[in-house]
Design a protein. Structure first.
Length: 627
């Protein structure tokens, strides 16, 4: 797509370039480093993550099972445990109904196997013999999100006594009422925010479903100290408590840790407190997983099991498990996780990979369509019907896309434009649009949408993400109201590149890098440490790799020494150098000749291991023209 000068000006005006900022949190870094045996640099990074106080720092660096919070602290946990124990003892049928995404499928997995194990303990039997606990998952297109009348009627027809929801149910006021009227016992487990209405005086009135027990760490009356669990985390806590009251060693719940860590990472929960430990355990467990499906998926994806990262969870394994629920039936993903035969598991893994490749193609096409639409739209100062880059809240409609990928597209657009994004497409029901939203830290999407909840035919979510349905004719009204109500400033929608320490490249060492690696795993809420140095001479640049997609630089650290740095967008780097320093200087740099190329570089230190030799190598995260 070729942009006109006017369109380029619009993009330059409304799409902010990242601002480099050095974190300014203060503490006695020398004292922290001495107390915990780390460099003051590492102590500064820990402080920048908001981790303060000896107990919190100790948990961050060396936390283990003893650092986990007691599940009994959750509101209604004891009541739910008593109900489930009685139902299992009496062989009453229990059906688990989850969401269709990774968090929902893994929540279902944990509850299904955990409750079957509990039944076996109560009856002195084997979990494989349990037939009283089964599952169901709504179809994304035909059913939509959460429990509904069709699922409940099917459960009643099958002789089910008790419904347990996971990763859904907290907003199912009418559905739970219907289930109770039909004689079902209902236990809700969820992690989403509690719906509320505001009184004339501005007081919030929270609305809970009238279930037999409602376990949600977001409840205002819940004393559980950590509010950041995903749906699988709440399910895990319920199974932990069930094992406790049914005489099963609580350590047995560790078998679910890799699944829980996967869900925590893929549901974009903050990697703090317990969540950080779950993901840390998951990465270790996946190196030698006992799950045939996960092993097959990692092998077919070409991953090295010796070094599993949060990237593998969030961008390789998770999307494949998500794909079935997006384009087909999420039960396919649950059956994949439950499969014990390695050959069958590999076949299922291949199916999920194929579905995910189809999903990726659809996502790319949809994101490209909306990007082209936004970047070619005219901004005339008046609020029209079509979304433009002048909007602080992007509300866009794209008819020719599968409803299952609108959330991924919204996430892409949020990253590109640093503002809340809601993407809508046509639902199966004529005249209805289904949508998904992703937000930024300074915009609580759930609360902002809740102000206009009467406009939606369905709505739920949390601060950073939401799902919803609306009548097509009301979409423009929604866009207008959300933008009129938004108090986002230019500061809010300007991306920030947060530097932990302005640190010369020469200060790095293998020992310091090993200490920095103790801060893993990285992700939302525990970003990768970032360091920066200004005015770094580039001694040489090489473009490597079969596809010429690897840039290797030799950066001058002073005193006649250089350190290697890598980047994965060589074309953009070369074009920038030509623009900043001219063609001749760029050619000299590429040939390793003396040149005038100087850059400011933001980097992350790594250890490169090759043929038994370990050396420092910087991952270049960002760069600017140096002075």
């Amino acid at each position: 797509m070729t942009l006109t000068p006017e369109q380029k000006d619009i993009i330059d005006k409304y799409v902010k370039k990242p601002e480099w900022r050095v974190a300014g949190k203060r503490a006695d870094f020398n004292a922290i480093g001495e107390r915990f045996g780390v460099s003051p640099v590492v102590a500064r990074v820990i402080t920048n993550r908001g981790v303060t106080g000896e107990k919190a720092i100790a948990m961050y660096l060396d936390g283990g099972w003893d650092s986990m919070h007691d599940p009994a602290l959750m509101k209604d946990m004891v009541e739910a445990g008593e109900i489930i124990k009685e139902k299992l003892s009496d062989n009453r049928r229990i059906r688990i109904i989850s969401d269709y995404d990774v968090d929902g499928v893994t929540s279902n997995y944990i509850l299904l196997l955990g409750l079957r194990r509990t039944w076996a303990a109560l009856h002195g039997s084997c979990a494989d013999d349990c037939i009283v606990v089964d599952y169901d998952i709504p179809h994304r297109v035909h059913d939509g999100y959460g429990i509904n009348k069709r699922l409940l009627d099917a459960a009643i027809s099958d002789g089910v006594d008790t419904i347990i929801t996971c990763d859904n149910g907290i907003a199912a006021i009418e559905q739970v009422r219907y289930a109770k009227e039909r004689g079902l016992t209902v236990i809700v487990t969820d992690h989403h925010q509690i719906p509320f209405e505001e009184s004339d005086g501005g007081e919030r009135v929270y609305m809970l479903p009238q279930a037999d027990a409602v376990i949600d760490n977001q409840r205002q009356d819940c004393e559980y100290p950590f509010k950041g669990l995903c749906g699988a985390g709440v399910a895990f806590k319920l199974i932990q408590y069930m094992y406790r009251i049914c005489g099963i060693a609580e350590s047995e719940v560790n078998e679910f840790m890799e699944i829980l860590g996967l869900a925590t990472n893929c549901d974009m929960m903050d990697l703090v407190d317990e969540n950080r430990l779950y993901v840390k355990y998951a990465l270790e467990s996946l190196k030698d997983s006992r799950n045939p499906g996960l092993n097959a998926l990692m092998r077919l994806s070409g991953r090295n099991e010796k070094k599993i990262s949060t990237y593998d969870l969030g961008f390789l394994i998770g999307p494949c498990i998500n794909a079935a629920g997006r384009l087909g039936d999420a039960k396919q993903s649950l059956e994949f996780l439950l499969e014990r035969d390695p050959n069958v598991a590999e076949a299922r893994a291949r199916e999920l990979l194929a579905v995910n490749n189809e999903r990726k193609s659809m996502t790319e096409a949809g994101a490209r369509h909306i990007t082209d639409m936004l970047e070619t739209a005219t901004v005339n100062g008046e609020f029209g019907q079509a979304a433009t880059l002048a909007d602080k809240v992007l509300v866009v409609y794209i008819p020719a896309v599968h409803e299952s990928v609108v959330g991924i597209i919204a996430s892409r657009l949020k990253e590109a434009y640093t503002r809340p994004v809601m993407v809508f497409t046509d639902a199966e029901t004529p005249g209805i649009l289904k949508g998904s939203g992703r937000s930024i830290d300074s915009y609580n999407m759930f609360e902002e949408l809740n102000r206009f909840r009467e406009m939606f035919t369905a709505f739920g979510g949390h601060a950073m993400a939401a799902g919803f349905s609306i009548e097509k004719e009301r979409l423009d009204e929604l866009r207008r109201k959300l933008n009129e109500a938004a108090v986002l400033t230019d500061e809010d929608i300007t991306p920030k590149l947060m530097i932990d320490v302005a640190m010369p490249l020469a200060y790095n060492s293998i020992e310091l890098t090993e200490q920095i690696e103790r801060l893993e795993p990285y992700g939302k809420g525990n970003r990768k440490p970032l360091f920066a140095q200004a005015a770094v001479p580039v001694r040489r640049a090489q473009i490597l790799g079969r596809n010429k997609n690897l840039l290797k630089l030799q950066l001058d650290t002073g005193y006649g020494r250089c350190v290697d740095a890598i980047d994965f967008d060589p074309d953009t780097f070369v074009n920038n150098i030509k623009q900043w320093f001219g063609e001749d200087e760029c050619v000299k740099m590429l040939n390793g000749q003396p040149n005038a190329v100087v850059i400011d570089v933001a980097y992350y230190p790594t250890i490169n291991e090759y043929m038994g030799r370990r050396s420092l190598q910087m991952k270049m995260e960002a760069y600017n023209k140096g002075i």
